[in-house]
Design a protein around this ligand. Structure first.
Ligand code: PRT
Ligand code: ZN
Length: 225
């Protein structure tokens, strides 16, 4: 059984946010022994356990109160919040800190050969994405009548495969778009990693520990600037 008096933090197990999130925890003095393939890692000097999971699961774990804290990209957090709101599920969280890693943007990209004259060019088109809620919100705001095609991977090949006319995907350097004959057309969401807490009552001892962690995090971030 897990010990509910220990602070539980969800961290991406393997991916773009893992190393920076774990490095940040270590930099603020939390000793961790992380063994491959294990879902949980215990701190050896603090009452803290890490839950190592896919990033997609982190917003839900925080919003359902299964973990106390989490490190997550704003893109994934906002998408899951919209998805849960639409399903009538709890979608609250507290943003504690914006972090200085995981930077990217969610952008619409179109094939180089498309005659793109602005977002209106997407009227009646199909757009492939892993972020249907963020994309549909954007289309609604812009009064665009386009359909979204949900793909959890290989979004950038969708136009070539004839599955969609355009895509909406995360971009950092732009190399992936270029390699697939696509050009960035519209930026719809700018994202960084954030440190979040579950909504609701927190036992005093846990809240005290969180209050000690935050200024240390700020110190680490400032030292890097
Ligand atoms: O297995 P799991 O579900 O945990 O991992 P994942 O594959 O879903 O996520 P991962 O590790 O790729 O990304 C985690 C988070 O990192 C994202 O939710 C973003 O918040 C952030 N991030 C920052 C990025 C990128 N930059 C990024 N470039 N996530 C993905 N990409 C991908 C993008 O999807 C595209 O395929 O990188 C490619 C584009 O990169 P450039 O440099 O070619 O433009
Ligand atoms: Zn993921």
């Amino acid at each position: 059984m897990s010990d509910s008096s220990r602070l539980r933090i969800a961290v991406q197990k393997k991916g773009r946010l893992s190393d920076d999130s774990i490095a940040l925890l270590k930099a603020i003095g939390i000793k961790l022994q992380i063994r491959d393939r294990l879902l949980i890692a215990h701190s050896t000097n603090q009452p803290i356990d890490l839950l190592l999971v896919r990033d997609d699961d982190i917003p839900g774990l925080v919003m359902d109160g299964v973990v106390d804290l989490g490190f997550i990209g704003q893109n994934e957090l906002e998408e899951k919040m919209l998805e849960r709101q639409a399903a009538g599920k709890k979608a609250e969280y507290i943003e504690l800190r914006r972090l200085d890693y995981g930077g990217c943007r969610l952008s619409i990209a179109v094939p180089n050969e498309m005659d793109y004259q602005g977002i209106q060019s997407l009227q009646g088109k199909k757009v492939a994405t892993t972020y249907p809620f963020l994309l549909e919100r954007f289309f609604k705001e812009k009064n665009i009548n386009a359909s979204t095609v949900m793909l959890t991977g290989s979004v950038e090949v969708a136009p070539r495969a004839g599955v969609a006319d355009a895509i909406c995907d995360l971009v950092s350097t732009g190399a992936t778009l270029e390699a697939n004959g696509l050009q960035e057309a519209d930026e719809i969401f700018v994202s960084k990693a954030v440190f979040i807490q579950r909504a609701g009552e927190m036992p005093e001892a846990k809240q005290a520990l969180i209050s000690k962690m935050l200024p240390r995090m700020d110190g680490v971030t400032q030292a890097k600037e």
